[in-house]
Design a protein around this ligand. Structure first.
Ligand code: FPP
Length: 236
C-alpha cells in the first residue's frame, strides 16, 4: 500500500498497452495478450477501489483500433463481451460503471450489456469506473462542441457563455474529479488520443512493463512517483 505523505491521486487514467508484445514474447496469439490484459484490469480496478481511488478511466478500444485486422477486432470485442457479462454481476459490486466513447458503431448486444451495467450500477457509491470503448479524445471534444452549439441553437445560452466549465460538463467524464495521473505501461511514451481535454494538468507516468505483467506493486510505484512530484498547475 502507498505511504501517507502527499495526496493520493483521485482520478487515474490508464492506457493498457503491450498486450500484443506480451503475447509475441510468450509465443501466444495476440488474443491471449488481450485476455490476460482483461484479467489484469480486473485485479487493478479492484485494487484501486480498495486503496480509495475515486475514479479510474481505462482505454479498452480506441476510435483508431477498428483499423486492426478483423480477427483482432473481433477477439477484443469477444473478450469485452465476456468481461461485461461476468465482471459486474458479482455480489457486493460497488463501482459505478460508465462507458465513454462512440455508441453508433458497436454491436447491439454489447450496447445492451453496457446499458444494463450502467443502469445496474448507477447508484453505487464506490469507484467511478469509466471504460473507454470506441473512444477518441478528439471525438470527445467534437461531441462536447456539438452539444454546446445545440444549446446556442436552441437559444438556451449565447455563444459567449461557452466556457471551460460548460465544455467540462459536456465531456464524457463530467462529474469525476480532475484527472491527476495518466499511467501508460509498455515503454511507449505518448498519449494516443486518450483524455486530451482531461490531461491538461495530469501527471504522466510511463512504465517499462507490458500490461499483462502489470501488478498492484507497479501501481503502488506509479502512485509513489505521482506523490513525489511537485504539482504547480501553472502557478509558482
Ligand atoms: C493495447 O495493446 C491494448 C488494446 C488495444 C486492447 C485492450 C483491451 C483489453 C485488455 C480487453 C478488453 C478490455 C476490458 C476493459 C475488459 P496492444 O495490442 O496495442 O499491444 P502492442 O502495442 O504490444 O501490440
Amino acid at each position: 500500500m502507498p505511504s501517507e505523505r502527499a495526496p493520493m491521486p483521485r482520478h487515474i487514467g490508464l492506457i493498457m498497452d503491450g498486450n500484443g508484445r506480451w503475447a509475441a514474447k510468450n509465443g501466444l496469439p495476440r488474443s491471449a495478450g488481450h485476455t490476460r490484459g482483461a484479467e489484469v484490469f480486473r485485479t487493478i480496478s479492484r485494487y484501486c477501489e480498495k486503496i480509495g481511488i475515486e475514479a479510474l478511466t481505462t482505454y479498452a478500444f480506441s476510435t483508431e483500433n477498428w483499423s486492426r485486422s478483423a480477427d483482432e477486432v473481433s477477439s477484443i470485442m469477444n473478450i469485452l463481451r465476456k468481461y461485461l457479462r461476468d465482471a459486474f454481476n458479482q455480489e457486493g459490486e460497488t463501482s459505478r460503471v460508465r462507458f465513454i466513447g462512440r455508441r453508433d458503431r458497436l454491436a447491439p448486444d454489447i450496447l445492451s450489456l453496457m446499458e444494463e451495467i450502467e443502469d445496474g450500477t448507477r447508484n453505487n457509491t464506490g469507484l467511478k469506473l469509466n471504460i473507454a470503448v470506441d473512444y477518441g479524445g478528439r471525438n470527445e471534444i467534437v461531441h462536447a462542441a456539438r452539444e454546446a452549439a445545440k444549446l446556442v441553437e436552441q437559444g438556451r445560452i449565447s455563444a459567449d457563455e461557452i466556457d471551460e466549465d460548460l465544455i467540462e460538463s459536456l465531456t464524457f467524464t463530467s462529474g469525476c474529479p480532475p484527472l491527476d495521473l495518466l499511467l501508460r505501461p509498455s515503454g511507449e511514451e505518448r498519449i494516443s488520443n486518450f483524455m486530451l481535454w482531461q490531461c491538461a494538468y495530469a501527471e504522466f507516468v510511463y512504465m517499462d512493463v507490458l500490461w499483462p505483467d502489470f501488478t498492484t506493486e507497479h501501481l503502488d510505484r506509479a502512485i509513489e512517483e505521482f506523490r513525489s512530484r511537485n504539482r504547480r498547475f501553472g502557478g509558482r
